[in-house]
Design a protein around this ligand. Structure first.
Ligand code: GLA
Length: 377
């Protein structure tokens, strides 16, 4: 499958872990439609780990746990499809999944066929318990080949957490997205550390194979499987803005059946989604800015209509000032051009009148702009 922009959807892991069921998936599918998430682009509904029985059947096939999914997976897939959504599932390149259920190692073709038979459109493929003697690239290539031959268009979502220099070989495997980070947790420290570890990996992101910074924690407030301390709405907004500006897949991880207004507002910011989904998928530029410490992180990304997305992210717990020169956006003042900025959260617009720009940011806050190149007068 060729995926031209970062995949978007919902995944069960962050909030529900092993507590998944037919009922949860159907209710979530209903909410993805009724809350307008499908309409804003979130079209994949993905069941993560813990859906299977611990043993394969007599024909060596994976079996959904009948207590969680009494009508089987095809029925769940049919329901999800009936809502206009696409259906995703999870397996692993090892003997076992990370939570200890059967993995697809040496069952790649039979499992790909099983998934195809159920109507699966997306496969997240993890890396726990993998063979110590077969390199990851072969394990992912096997499943990539099995998916290409299973008779159904299934998006391959690799999840080897950036281990074993995944970036060097992932495009050999047919994956449309690849986890470029370790697991996210619902804490500010986690968001901050994933943002910093992404820095070296931007050159690998692009059309057809996207760096996946992991599922969103927006709206979890410390509840659920990876919910620890939780974050504030300002922190969630900054987390979302970073993922969008850097062009990560946007997979919601909270319980959308209980989403509050603040969460919904963050997840359905169409201006931010347009930046994430910009068809050019250009590599983001890390701006040096006018130094304000390593936790004042500035990025720009050139967009397909000539606009420039600019994100100023204060990752620290102290108020600070983000500053950069327009030269860094390839727009020195000598060009006679400047920028007309639209703040993508407040929706205010204004024009930059100097060769540099600065903005004061509260602790953990951000400002994200869509900037249009205009004449200086
Ligand atoms: C790994 C992955 C997570 C999740 C769990 C499931 O930790 O990185 O995203 O899929 O496994 O067990």
């Amino acid at each position: 499958m060729i995926k031209l922009t970062p995949p978007m959807g919902w995944n069960s892991w962050n909030t529900f872990g092993e507590n998944i069921s037919d009922k949860l998936i159907r209710e979530t599918a209903d909410c993805m439609v009724s809350q307008g998430l499908l309409e804003t682009g979130y079209n994949y509904l993905v069941i993560d780990d813990c859906w299977a029985l611990k043993e394969r059947d007599s024909k060596d096939r994976l079996v959904p746990n009948p207590e969680k999914f009494p009508d089987g997976m095809k029925a769940v897939a049919d329901y999800v499809h009936s809502k206009g959504l696409k259906f995703g599932m999870y397996s692993c390149a090892g003997n076992l999944t990370c939570a200890g259920y059967p993995g697809s190692y040496e069952h790649e073709f039979i499992d790909a066929e099983t998934f195809a038979g159920w109507g699966v459109d997306f496969l997240k493929y993890d890396y726990c318990y993998h063979s110590p003697i077969i390199a990851g690239k072969y394990l992912y290539r096997r499943m990539g080949l099995a998916l290409e031959n299973c008779g159904r268009d299934i998006l391959f979502s690799a999840c080897s957490w950036g281990a074993d220099e995944t970036q060097e070989w992932i495009k050999e495997t047919g994956a449309s997205m690849w986890r470029s980070t370790g697991d996210i947790f619902d804490t500010w420290e986690s968001v901050k550390s994933l943002t910093h570890t992404q820095e070296k990996l931007h050159p690998y992101n692009g059309v057809g194979c996207f760096n996946d910074m992991d599922m969103l924690i927006v709206g979890m407030y410390g509840k659920g499987n990876v919910g620890l301390a939780g974050c504030t709405d300002i922190q969630y907004r900054t987390h979302y803005s970073i993922w969008a500006l850097l062009g990560s897949p946007l997979m919601i991880g909270c319980d959308i059946r209980e989403m509050n207004d603040a969460t919904k507002k963050i997840l359905t910011n169409e201006d931010l989604i347009a930046v994430d989904q910009d068809p050019l998928c250009r590599q983001p530029v890390k701006l040096s800015g006018i130094w304000a410490g390593e936790d004042m992180v500035l990025y720009s990304r050139d967009l397909s209509n000539g606009d420039i997305a600019v994100g100023l992210f204060n990752l620290s717990g102290e108020k600070g000032v983000a500053r950069f020169n327009l030269d860094e956006l390839a727009l020195p003042f000598s060009t006679g051009k400047t920028l007309e900025m639209k703040d993508l959260w407040t929706k205010e617009t204004f024009r930059v009148t100097n060769s540099s720009f600065s903005k004061e940011l509260e602790a953990y806050d951000c400002a994200v702009y869509r900037a249009k190149v205009v004449d200086q007068n």
